[in-house]
Ligand binder design. Structure first.
Ligand code: NDP
Ligand code: 2IT
Length: 445
């Protein structure tokens, strides 16, 4: 058995109940054979087994009082996966599906993504099985305060810097920071990113993941003599990543014809009215199907994943993991798909990903394509350290440069290790080598 297969068997045995984590590990390992052939020292140092075991896993109780006076209990997680390149960095996800396997898959992906940004950040992730849906503002605040009452002792601007993810946006980050400041008695705002502008947030952080995704996709298309102009785009999700992906796609001349939420998808062949989607999902927090009250000629397709049956040139999954299945991939390809840009983390199953690559679809993989969010978080940390703010244009320019650079590094790694133009393999390899080198240099046994 090769070293890589041997480690994967061990990881499977040790984490047999964590299917999302195993999926993420397998996807990375599939790219690494030529790397281990060229660098046998990584196997000698048993880098892979070390990489798959988090440096630290924190699990905690989060008790809080709901509006009726009843005490509720949720689970809190923070996984400090790999700190070889910098303070642990990665978001918090609040969603009823959160368990250790989800946090570990996200943390594992984050290690390589963060390395790809070229900025000094390690990999981590956290969250809770708390479901913010249907909770009052006061309940969300009390939950966030209780969550931070335990988390604060494990994080810090040079230790571990959480941010948002599904279910955690500007409101939640504000409540989390308020509690951190109250407990610590210092204004250490570099401890969280995605903050509001009034207390040290960075311009462009809100838009960064969606904008960065489109900068990356634009670069990938232009490298292949294509462009976004006039392309039909289907986006899944209607949250932070999806809305700013939609905005930038429209600005770059694409026609976004569909968006979705967890219950279904709206299809508007004249082009999605993003202002209305934002009003429904961000302000009113209602079902996306209400889009049809204003645009009765649009179509509503029930069910998660229903958007992938709509013929399009570019698919941008921006909702959650395992959104594009093999069946969806077959339909998309049969309908003439050109490219996929992964805004969400691991939105494509491994079988679907292989099918897309086998059919010469251009794939912008999540680790590379959605790295603009965390890269801008790192820029927020820099600004907090300097106690200074860059302008919107300055941060946006840096974000674009970073995305173009990630594309270049992923392509070059892919070419160097015999994968041609395969950004999935290239991103895995380029990210892995950065982390492996930092671990080797530090001994880190
Ligand atoms: P949000 O909570 O803002 O939005 C999530 C969107 O996805 C909502 O529209 C939600 O619908 C929809 N959705 C559909 N199915 C599911 C499901 N099963 N679980 C959760 N959401 C679902 O999250 P973000 O936009 O921040 O994150 C989207 C994806 O992007 C995630 O994979 C995240 O890890 C990734 N990501 C986020 C970054 C960030 O900076 N925020 C950075 C990099 C990646 P509904 O309204 O019905 O819940
Ligand atoms: O998946 C991700 O990269 C994020 N949710 C953003 C993490 C961050 O620290 O900004």
């Amino acid at each position: 058995m090769t070293y890589i297969n041997e480690v994967f068997e061990n990881v499977k045995n040790r984490n047999s109940n964590e299917k999302e984590f195993l999926q993420a590990v397998e996807e990375v390992f599939e790219s690494l054979t030529p790397v281990f052939e060229k660098h046998p020292q990584y196997a000698e140092a048993n880098i892979l087994e070390r990489l798959c075991e988090p440096e630290r896993q924190i699990l905690f109780r989060v008790p809080w009082v709901d509006d009726s006076g009843k005490i509720q209990v949720n689970r809190g997680f923070r996984i400090q996966f790999n700190g070889a390149r910098g303070p642990y960095k990665g978001g918090l996800r609040f969603h009823s599906s959160v368990y250790i396997g989800i946090v570990k898959f996200l943390g594992f992906e984050q290690i390589f993504k963060n390395a790809l940004t070229g900025l000094p950040i390690g990999g981590g992730k956290g969250g809770s099985d708390f479901d913010p849906k249907g909770k009052s503002n006061a309940e969300v605040m009390r939950f966030c305060q209780s969550f931070m009452t335990e988390l604060y002792r494990h994080i810090g601007p040079d230790v571990d810097v959480p941010a948002g993810d599904i279910g955690v946006g500007g409101r939640e980050i504000g409540y989390l920071y308020g509690q951190y400041r109250r407990i610590k008695g210092t204004f250490e705002n570099g401890v969280l990113t995605g903050k509001g502008l009034s207390y040290g947030g960075s311009l462009v952080r809100t838009e960064a993941t969606g904008f960065g995704l489109l900068y990356f996709v634009e670069e990938m298309l232009s490298f292949n003599n294509q462009s976004l102009h006039g392309k039909k785009v289907v986006i899944s999700g209607a949250g932070n990543v999806a809305t700013y992906a939609c905005q930038k796609a429209q600005e770059l001349g694409a026609l976004v014809i569909a968006m979705s939420d967890s219950r279904g998808c709206i299809y508007d062949e004249n082009g999605i009215d993003l202002g209305l989607v934002r009003e429904l999902k961000e302000i009113k927090r209602v079902d996306i199907s209400e889009y049809l009250d204003t645009y009765p000629n649009a179509e509503y397709k029930k069910g998660f994943g229903s958007g992938w049956s709509i013929p399009c040139d570019i698919a941008l999954p921006c909702a959650t993991q395992n959104d594009i299945t093999l069946e969806h991939a077959k339909t998309l390809v049969a309908n003439g798909l050109l490219a996929v840009g992964e805004g969400a983390n691991m939105p494509t199953t491994n079988e679907a990903l292989q099918y897309l690559l086998d059919h010469n679809i251009l794939v912008a993989p999540a680790k590379a394509a959605n790295a603009g969010g965390v890269a801008t978080s790192a820029l927020e940390m820099s600004q907090n350290s300097m106690r200074y703010n860059w302008t919107f244009e300055e941060v946006d320019r840096k974000l674009k440069e970073i995305m173009i650079n990630i594309h270049k590094n992923a392509y070059e790694a892919s070419k160097e290790y015999g994968f041609g133009y395969n950004l999935v393999a290239g991103a895995n390899i380029a990210g892995f080598i950065q982390v492996a080198e930092a671990m080797m240099a530090q001994g880190d046994y």
